[in-house]
Design a protein around this ligand. Structure first.
Ligand SMILES: Cc1cc2nc3c(=O)[nH]c(=O)nc-3n(C[C@H](O)[C@H](O)[C@H](O)COP(=O)(O)OP(=O)(O)OC[C@H]3O[C@@H](n4cnc5c(N)ncnc54)[C@H](O)[C@@H]3O)c2cc1C
Length: 386
């Protein structure tokens, strides 16, 4: 099942596949059985190699020493990383291009570029307990106090915060009737981790809850200019939703390959399981849905590379997130069924993906929220402009 890609995209795809196969995949079961944590030095080695290969610089503008790859090539890379369970591909941080538009020179030097070099790690704090999916109703505040801001609020599910050294913190500005993003060092007084719940997957990156109480940050830590509001968080959503699509395509491909191989070798009633039509139908549905998922994901990336209207691109990223995450979950469910009892063992890739892919229907906006975005686009802009 091939998507027509340029020579450079194929090269990146091959590089990412080799990295995923050689550096990440062999450590999946070890991670699963050790709360996501690998033997000493392995994650550091994997990060170093990822940075050497350029993966942390793919969305960084060339003028900042990055590779500035087209979205299609970035998707080709993240699709291959998506083949690996236990979020082992999160061993390196990756700045996104909007950060270079949003941030001051000082912020780029102190926070964004060190991520590209593998020296710093970020986490993104938007979600709160009350507003939940309704990110326009955030309650955390940033109040001006002389040359500083005082940040207050509680942020839930802050992915990777246990490994990160700074937050992107989204808050309301009561004095300006606006919203803004702040860069906040983890060590700033007034920040407290108040819960660190366990989740279905087994990742080294946790999703703790943080309380911010009168956290004082200089005004220079505010990102962007007055009026920017949630614009950069929307840029973050677009990027993440597209890359969730890419990773789900990779996961689905791996699941289909492994389930097909198992079905061809498992003898049931004197013949391979793959001879049973019930199994063939499941595999056929998986392959067909993956084909649709890949076409959508790559076309949305191409639309972004063509510089199409931002609202249309935003809408398509929502469609990709909705369709591809839901399809990947159906594919994981069928893969578990094909493996039978073996598919329920934690050492089996289908079992791990069955748990891991579930959250792709929840984070970065649930499937219901993506449907709301898509429906609003349809009603406002019409089918031709979506
Ligand atoms: C493992 C994990 C990691 C996460 N990482 C991060 C992170 O790093 N940073 C961060 O900021 N957030 C993070 N999140 C939060 C995630 O984005 C939210 O969980 C998600 O947006 C849903 O919000 P909620 O959990 O409050 O659900 P709720 O908003 O309470 O929704 C509950 C249910 O109601 C539905 N619903 C809500 N509103 C509507 C509506 N208007 N119409 C129809 N249905 C609706 C939802 O779709 C859902 O099914 C993470 C979550 C998880 C589980």
């Amino acid at each position: 099942m091939k998507i027509e890609l340029s020579r450079t995209a194929k090269n990146w795809q091959a590089k990412a596949r080799a990295y995923a196969d050689e550096y990440l995949q062999p450590h999946e079961v070890e991670a699963e059985l050790n709360q996501g944590v690998l033997a000493e030095g392995v994650a550091e080695r994997n990060k170093k190699r990822a940075v050497e290969l350029g993966f942390s610089a793919i969305d960084v503008p060339k003028k900042y020493g990055g590779l500035e790859l087209p979205m299609v090539e970035q998707v080709a890379i993240w699709e291959q990383m998506g083949r690996v369970t236990n979020a082992l591909s999160w061993c390196f941080s990756e700045p996104q291009s909007w950060m270079f538009e949003a941030c001051s020179k000082e912020q780029i030097d102190d926070y964004v570029l060190p991520m590209m070099r593998g020296e710093r790690k970020d986490c993104y704090a938007i979600t709160e307990s009350g507003p939940g999916s309704d990110v326009a109703a955030l309650e955390a505040t940033a109040e001006r106090d002389g040359d500083d801001y005082l940040l207050n609020g509680e942020k839930w599910y802050v992915t990777s915060a246990n490994l990160a050294d700074y937050f992107w913190f989204q808050a309301r500005l009561p004095d300006e009737d606006d919203e803004a993003l702040f860069l906040v060092d983890m060590s700033t007084p007034g920040i407290e981790m108040i819960a660190n719940p366990l989740f279905s997957h087994t990742y080294a990156a946790h999703h703790p809850t943080y309380r911010f109480e009168n956290v004082r940050v200089p005004a220079s830590k505010r990102v962007g200019k007055p009026g920017d509001g949630m614009a950069y968080t929307h840029s973050w959503f677009r990027h993440e939703r597209l890359m969730i699509g890419a990773r789900c395509c990779g996961a689905a491909a791996r699941l289909i390959e492994e389930a097909t191989e198992f079905a061809a070798n498992r003898i049931v009633g004197g013949e391979p399981l793959s001879e049973k039509q019930a199994i063939q139908f499941m595999l056929a549905d998986c392959a067909t849905e993956l084909w649709a998922a890949r076409l959508m994901t790559y076309e949305a990336a191409q639309a972004s590379d063509r510089g199409e209207n931002l609202k249309a691109v935003h809408n398509r990223c929502s469609m990709v997130k909705l369709y591809v995450s839901e399809a990947a979950n159906r594919i994981a469910d069928r893969a578990v069924q094909i493996f039978g009892g073996r598919g329920y063992m934690r050492e089996n890739v289908a079992e791990r993906f069955f748990r891991e892919l579930r959250v792709d229907r929840i984070w970065e906006g649930t499937s219901e929220i993506q449907r709301l975005i898509i429906a609003r686009n349809l009603l406002k802009r019409g089918l031709d402009d979506m």
